[in-house]
Design a protein around this ligand. Structure first.
Ligand code: PRP
Length: 208
């Protein structure tokens, strides 16, 4: 699929299996999600811009590298919060914005309730984090908000996507690259991803 990067590292596939498993309790779900998100961050930042520097080792000088591309992480509340810890572990200098959005159970349309992102998004890499891309409504709305705030380079990072969600996001924002650990079979009539992993927010916070 164009614009879709599949994160299929064996360790990610192993973790995704545990996350899908209905027997995995909240505490374990959170811990595994955190670990997986660090592995995802590694793939999502593979082409990050760096600049050369020189460091002194105890013996002589050596060429080294610093990350030269500012990064802003934007989790979509609530479930996106589960990906933040793992990302900041490997990207300690990243700034973090938040978008509060939930999907109405009746209309399946996204309802927004909070928006706070750093200023000057123009020249930064914005990574939108949400474990699920279902109908794609939340993702399209979140990216539109970010573009309205000046963001120009945006990647959408998700654990599990549906083909419908991928199509909708690609149609709404063809410039946004999607990183996902799986494109699942489809959606049920309630807009849940099949086979999916259930409602990630509820499983993380024990609100099923
Ligand atoms: C889930 C998920 C996404 C959205 C995906 O959030 O975390 O934000 O649904 O659905 P969509 O692609 O059809 O828009 P939810 O509404 O369950 O809110 P929560 O994170 O607060 O639990």
């Amino acid at each position: 699929m164009p614009n879709v990067k599949l994160i299929d590292h064996p360790l990610v596939r192993r973790d995704l299996t545990s996350l899908r498993d209905r027997r995995t309790p909240s505490n374990l779900f959170r811990a595994i999600l955190r670990r997986t998100s660090s592995l995802m961050a590694y793939e999502v930042t593979r082409d990050l811009r760096v600049k050369e520097v020189v460091v002194r080792t105890p013996l002589e000088t050596a060429k080294g590298y610093l990350v030269s591309q500012p990064i802003v992480l934007v989790p979509i509340l609530r479930a996106g919060l589960g990906l933040v810890g793992g990302f900041v572990e490997v990207l300690p200098d990243a700034r973090v914005g938040h978008i509060g959005m939930y999907r109405s159970e009746e209309t399946l349309q996204p309802v927004d309730y909070y928006f706070k992102v750093p200023r000057n998004l123009r020249d930064v890499l914005v990574l939108v984090l949400d474990p699920m891309l279902a109908t794609g409504g939340s993702a399209v709305a979140a990216v539109s908000f970010l573009k309205a705030k000046g963001a120009r380079t945006i990647r959408f990072v998700t654990l599990v996507a549906s083909p419908e969600g991928v199509r909708t996001l690609r149609k709404g924002h063809p410039d946004v690259e999607i990183f996902t650990c799986s494109v699942d079979r489809g959606l049920n009539e309630k807009g849940f991803i099949l086979p999916g992993l259930g409602d990630a927010g509820d499983r993380m916070f024990g609100t099923e």
